[in-house]
Ligand binder design. Structure first.
Ligand SMILES: Cc1cc2nc3c(=O)[nH]c(=O)nc-3n(C[C@H](O)[C@H](O)[C@H](O)COP(=O)(O)OP(=O)(O)OC[C@H]3O[C@@H](n4cnc5c(N)ncnc54)[C@H](O)[C@@H]3O)c2cc1C
Length: 387
C-alpha cells in the first residue's frame, strides 16, 4: 500500500516539497491549500510583482530539477552586492562582485506559477484548494486532518508548510520562540533614472535597513525594514514624497525613482519552532522558521528543508515508515543548526545596525571597509549568500 503524504500549505515550500516527494517510490501526495485561486502571472512586460524573492543558485538548481524554473525573461541576476553604512560623507561599501550571479530576483507570482504548473503535470499529486481545516488528530501512527466540509484526510506523514502562523504547529502544541521586531518590511518597485548594473545594494543605518534589488528593464524592487512608527509616518505621505524618501535613504545612487507598483507592508517577526518533528509530523519553511528578510534567505532555507527531507525519506531503511520519528529527527538535525545560525546572524546584524552605540556606528562604517579588504571573510559571506 502507498504511504500517504499530506502537505498543508501550497506556498513555494509546500509545493516544492510535494513535487520532490512525488518522485519517491510508493507514495501519494496531497496538498491542502487555503486559498481558492492559483497564481496568475503578471503579463504586462513593464509591470512586476512587488513581492520578489532573491533565489540562491542552489534554489534555482533545485527548482530546475523539479521542472519548476520561473520564467527567466522576468528574472534579473544579481552579479554584485554593495553594502553601505550610515556615514553619508564617507560611504564604505562591501563589493562582492564575483562575475557569477550571486542570486536571481524572481517575482512571487512567477515562482508560484512555475510551481503550480509543474504540480499540475504530476499525476501523483492531488491539490485540495479552498480548504478549511477543522481539527488534527493522532490515530495510531497516523495523523488525521478533519476539514470543515466533514471530509477526513489520513496521513502517514503530515507536513506543515503553512507559513509563520502555522495552524499545524499550533495543533501539535509545538511552542515557538517569537520576537516581534516592531518593524515593517515595506516593499515596492521603482523605475530608476540610472542603470542598476545588476547590482544589489543595501544601506544599514541606525533606524532602517534598505535593499535595492535589480529587476529587468532597469526597475528595482525595494525591501525597506523600518520601525513601525516610521512605517506609519511613511504611510501618510503621498507617493511622490515616498519616492523622494527612498531616493534619499539610498543616497540618490540611482537618481530619480518613479513608483512602478503598489506599496505593501509586512510586519516583521522572528518565529522559531522549538522543535520541528514529531511522530508522523514535520514542519518546514516559515512554519518552522521565519526570519528577518535582511539576508533575503527565507524561501531558500525552506527549499533546503524540502530537499533535505525528501533525500532522508529516500535513503531511509526499507523497514522504516516516512512518519517514523527517528527518520524525521535526521531531517531536524540536518536543517535546524544551519537555520538557527542564519537566524542568529540576521538577528544580531539587525540589532547591531539599529544600535546607537558608538561601537555599532564604527562597525557600520569602518567594519564594512575592513571586511571588503579581507578576502577570506568576503569569500565566506559570498558562500553564505550562494547557499
Ligand atoms: C518583506 C519580506 C521580504 C522577503 N524577501 C525575501 C527574499 O528576498 N528572499 C527570500 O528567500 N525570502 C524572502 N522573504 C521570506 C519569504 O517570503 C518566506 O520565507 C517564504 O514565503 C516562506 O515560504 P513558505 O511556503 O514556507 O510559507 P508561505 O509563503 O507563507 O506559504 C504558506 C502557504 O500556506 C497556506 N496556508 C496557511 N495556513 C493554511 C491553512 N490553515 N490551511 C491551508 N493552507 C494554509 C497559505 O495560503 C500559503 O499558500 C521575505 C519576507 C518578507 C516579509
Amino acid at each position: 500500500m502507498n504511504a500517504s503524504l499530506v502537505v498543508v500549505g501550497g506556498g513555494p515550500v509546500g509545493l516544492a516539497f510535494a513535487l520532490a516527494a512525488s518522485r519517491l517510490a510508493n507514495v501519494e501526495v496531497t496538498v491542502v491549500e487555503r486559498s481558492t485561486t492559483p497564481a496568475a502571472p503578471i503579463t504586462s512586460p513593464s509591470m512586476f510583482d512587488h513581492r520578489v524573492f532573491a533565489l540562491s543558485p542552489a534554489s534555482l538548481d533545485f527548482l530546475r530539477g523539479l521542472g519548476a524554473s520561473p520564467d527567466p525573461a522576468r528574472a534579473a541576476h544579481v552579479r554584485a552586492m554593495q553594502v553601505w553604512g550610515d556615514d553619508a560623507n564617507r560611504q564604505s561599501h562591501l563589493d562582492l562582485a564575483q562575475g557569477q550571479p550571486i542570486a536571481t530576483i524572481v517575482e512571487h507570482t512567477a515562482l508560484m506559477f512555475a510551481l503550480e504548473q509543474a504540480v499540475s503535470r504530476v499525476e501523483g499529486i492531488r491539490v485540495v484548494r479552498g480548504a478549511v481545516l477543522k481539527a488534527m488528530r493522532t490515530n495510531g501512527d497516523r495523523r488525521e486532518l478533519e476539514m470543515a466540509d466533514g471530509s477526513v484526510l489520513q496521513a502517514d506523514l503530515l507536513v506543515g508548510a503553512d507559513g509563520s502562523r502555522s495552524q499545524i504547529r499550533d495543533w501539535a502544541g509545538i511552542a515557538t520562540e517569537t520576537k516581534d521586531y516592531e518593524s515593517d518590511g515595506i516593499v515596492a518597485n521603482f523605475n530608476g533614472e540610472f542603470a542598476h548594473g545588476d547590482v544589489a545594494r543595501q544601506w544599514f543605518t541606525n533606524e532602517s535597513v534598505l535593499a535595492y534589488l535589480p529587476l529587468p528593464q532597469n526597475q528595482i524592487s525595494i525591501v525597506w525594514s523600518v520601525l513601525r512608527t516610521k512605517s506609519a509616518a511613511l504611510k501618510e505621505i503621498p507617493d511622490n514624497e515616498f519616492c523622494i524618501a527612498v531616493e534619499a535613504a539610498g543616497h540618490n545612487t540611482l537618481g530619480k525613482l518613479t513608483l512602478a507598483s503598489p506599496i505593501a507592508r509586512f510586519p516583521l517577526a522572528r518565529v522559531l519552532a522549538r522543535h520541528w518533528v514529531e511522530a508522523g509530523l514535520a514542519l518546514m519553511g516559515d512554519a518552522a522558521h521565519a526570519i528577518h528578510p535582511l539576508a533575503g534567505q527565507g524561501v531558500n532555507l525552506g527549499f533546503a528543508d524540502a530537499r533535505t527531507l525528501v533525500e532522508i525519506l529516500r535513503n531511509r531503511s526499507k523497514f522504516s515508515a516516512p512518519g517514523d520519528v527517528a527518520v524525521l529527527r535526521k531531517y531536524e538535525r540536518a536543517r535546524c543548526e544551519a537555520t538557527l545560525g542564519l537566524s542568529e546572524v540576521t538577528d544580531k546584524l539587525r540589532a547591531l545596525y539599529l544600535s546607537d552605540a558608538k561601537a555599532a556606528g564604527w562597525i557600520r562604517n569602518e567594519g564594512l571597509t575592513l571586511l571588503n579588504r579581507l578576502p577570506h571573510a568576503k569569500a565566506a559571506l559570498i558562500d553564505y549568500a550562494i547557499g
